[in-house]
Design a protein around this ligand. Sequence first.
Ligand code: GLY
Length: 254
Amino acid sequence: EMLRSLVGSEMCIRDSREEGRKLVIVTDETIVTAQSEVLAKIAGAAAICPVPAGETAKSAIRLGMVWDFLAAQKMDRGGVVIAFGGGVVGDLAGFAAASYLRGVDFIQVPTTLLAMVDSSVGGKTGINASQGKNLIGAFHQPSLVLADTEVLGTMSPRDFLAGYGEVVKYGLLGDADFFDWLEAQGPALAAGDMEARIEAVRRSVQMKADIVERDETEQGDRALLNLGHTFGHALEAATGYSCLLYTSPSPRDS
Ligand code: GLY
């Protein structure tokens, strides 16, 4: 299922490459392992910068490594950073793109529900500090967000439901009809109904885009999008960004 997303990325890559632009794909190590063949296909055109899976990758040390990678690739201002993964990869790669050479273009290819409906849209990028989540970052809009809902089939049910919390958020934020629709369609969505998934992503992204258009830098309305994030982020910070978020349980843990 990752294939179509990568093919989509490949098209962007081809276009950008024809324009002579340097390309770097930032992705997580789990994806590199699971999708090595597909990544190898496009690796000739773009350099792959793997980062460890999980929230702890949103650190100053890891950011420095991504900067070093971009510099080692001799990326210039015409370069493009492609974030291929979930929210961690998007936030980290986006901030690297925002800060490297004072800003290069970046493309979001979200591979999780949470990233599709929330973190890849709206231009928030950044890393964590021990004092709190996302304390260091920049608003840097992606030039393209490519969300392929087929990819959701690769997610564990746990991670899918974690992202679904963000979808429900949009229902709570002023769309009672959407909330009712979710109450009826939730089980089908979780079970993999593609039409329902597409509609949920479409509606969520539309709502987020409307709010971000009104208030890009969170002077007012955009704070609504943090519903549920406030205490969630506090719990994450309190556990050193390690205990609450993980990609999938290993057999040992289950
Ligand atoms: N994730 C909340 C926002 O983008 O504002």
